[in-house]
Structure formats: structure tokens, C-alpha cells
Design a binder for this molecule. Sequence first.
Ligand code: 1CP
Length: 344
Amino acid sequence: MSKIFVDACFGKETPYTPVWMMRQAGRYLPEYMAVRAKAGDFLNLCHNPEMACEVTLQPVDIIGVDAAILFSDILVIPDEMGMDLSFVKGEGPKFSDPIKDEADLNRLIGEEEAANKLTYVYDTIKLIKERLADDKALIGFTGAPWTLATYMIEGQGTKTYNICKKMMYSNPELLHKILRKVTDVVKLYMEKQIQAGIDVVQIFDSWAAAIEPGKYDEFSWQYMVEIAEYLKEKYPHIPIIMFPKGIPAFLDKVYGNFDVFGVDWSTPMAFAKEKLGDKYVLQGNMEPCRLYSKEATTECVEAIQNIMQGKRHIFNLGHGILPDVPVANAKHFINECHRVSGKK
Ligand code: 1CP
């Protein structure tokens, strides 16, 4: 059965414009909170295929999105490379022993072995594929090497990126070695996600905007493109979505063999269309906080539809949904995307 989401990723004409939301399986859903409470620790939830499958399918059933996104986290990759991840309540992710030098990097587990340790992710994918309706797509994902490296070097989330930027300007060779190693793990990891059954790949570069525009290609984009090209050569039927957040100054320089460019909320959709719309399908890009108001949501969905006209477009938010958004408003967003693009 053809999947409208996959067709749209390849720029084919579809009966309406498909929609999903970044972070759609999460804390704004009471049903997620119930499973999360049962799991105890957040990582237990990621490690348990039965529960991870359940929360992956929740937004499909409850909100009516056109694609599911695998429930996992980008940080399971460095965790399985040997970096000892924990989620401290109220503080977010923590690595006990961040990478400071080449010796720390060399202690990490090899590409093949690290990718093989992520079996719980592949088992979750297989379970989801058994249960997901045939006409819905399953999105698998990874963090971009740069975004992953920020956590591996800083040991946690950061506002200033001062430790990785110190490395970028004073020891770029080491930063490139870290990015190389992560890129090689991610290639195998995404290949295994595809073999387990995902229909689409998304690469999240959430912290793209931390890099000055003139250095973005060198420290991030080229590695993302390398991953995309590796996968495209072997699996041309799997669409690839790139989501580098907050880099309008780089739009003129975007290149590479992938299908969909994810537009974040700070980049005007008309601007993205002018720069990239002929070459790539565009995904996005409602400012997620508009979800607090149904009127503000409808206004934005109509404005995006006016620009994209239902062509070469996938509706989404311009970044993740926040935990205190009412479920009814999230549903309203999905319904409005379907309404304006002519879903019967
Ligand atoms: O207690 C909880 O429930 C933890 C909250 C949470 C959730 C629901 C975290 C911790 N991760 C996730 C799931 C998750 N993470 C998904 C699957 C759910 C879905 O999209 O429906 C995905 C795709 C991610 C990806 C992710 N994790 C990104 C990239 C996407 C983005 O939002 O920019 C990033 C940067 C992370 C790191 C991370 N994981 C969790 C937190 C709190 C953070 C951010 C920390 C920080 O701000 O630095």
C-alpha cells in the first residue's frame, strides 16, 4: 500500500498534505505520562520495545498524524559508544565523563560494536511495523554528528557551547576526529534502522545555530550529507529529511543528496521556498508556541498553505511541541492542516 507521507517526501502529488509533529510522542499526552510512570526512568522507556512501541503509536491514534516517529532519543548513540548517559530529574541528560582529549575519544567503542548494541531500537522498530497501519509511515531518526558531539563534549545541554567552541577554534583536529567517529557509528545505526523497517530517515541538527555560518559546512553539514549519501546509495527508496535548526544564512549553500529540508520556525517559509523549494520538498514550519491558541494555529496553517499551495510540502511544527500544550490544540493543528489541504 502506498504511504502518503513517503509519496510527499519524494515530491509526488498527494490527495492532501501529510502532517506530523516533532516530539509528538511526549509529555503533553496523559497517555504518555502513564507509560512513562510505569517505566520509571526515561532510559528504561527507550530500552523497552513494548513500551517504546506503545508511546510511538499514541499520537497516531490520539492526534491523527500521518507518520509515527520512533520513540527513542538521539543520546542513546553516545550512551552505547560507552559514555554512560543518565537523565537527572529536572536537569536533562548528563554524561559522567565527557570527552576532553584524544585518549577519551579512543576509549569509546568501535562503530560496528556500538551500532550492534542498539538492538532494543531495532526490536522496537519491528514491533511498531507489526502494529502501525499500512498507510502510515514510520520515521527513524538520529542526531546530526555535531548535535551529538555537543553533548559528548559538554557532558550535558549547554547555552553557550563554550567547551565545544573552545575545541572548534583551538583544536579543530580533535573535534573533527570526534565528528568522524560519530558519523561512522550513525551510518551503521541508520542502516540498521532501515533494515529493521523504518520508512523514512530524519537527521536532527538541533544545535546547528550554535555554529557561525561560515563554519557550518565544515563542522556539521558535510557530515550530515555524508550520512545521507551513504544511505541513498544503498537504500534509494528511503526518503531522507534534514532538519538543521536556525540557519537561514546557510540556505544559499545547502547541497546534498536528500529529499526533504525541514524548515524551522525562525526561517520564513516563503524564503525557504525561494531558496530551496525547487530542489527539495519542504517540511514545516509553524512556531510551536502558536499551539497555545487555536486561532493563532489556524492563522499560521492557512498562511503556510497559501505559500506552499499543497505542493512539495509536508506540514510540521518548526521545532518540538512543548509539554504544556493542550491535547485538543494539537489535534486542532492536525485537523487544520488536513482541512486546508483538502483531506476528505
Ligand atoms: O522525561 C521525559 O519524558 C524525557 C523527555 C524526552 C523525550 C520525550 C527526552 C529527553 N527525549 C524524548 C524523546 C525524543 N527525543 C524523541 C522521540 C519522541 C518524538 O519526537 O515524538 C526524539 C525524536 C528526540 C530527539 C532529541 N533528543 C533531540 C533532537 C530533537 C529536538 O527536539 O531538537 C534532542 C536535542 C534530544 C536531547 C534531549 N533528550 C531529552 C531532553 C530533555 C533533551 C534536550 C536537552 C537539552 O535541551 O539539551
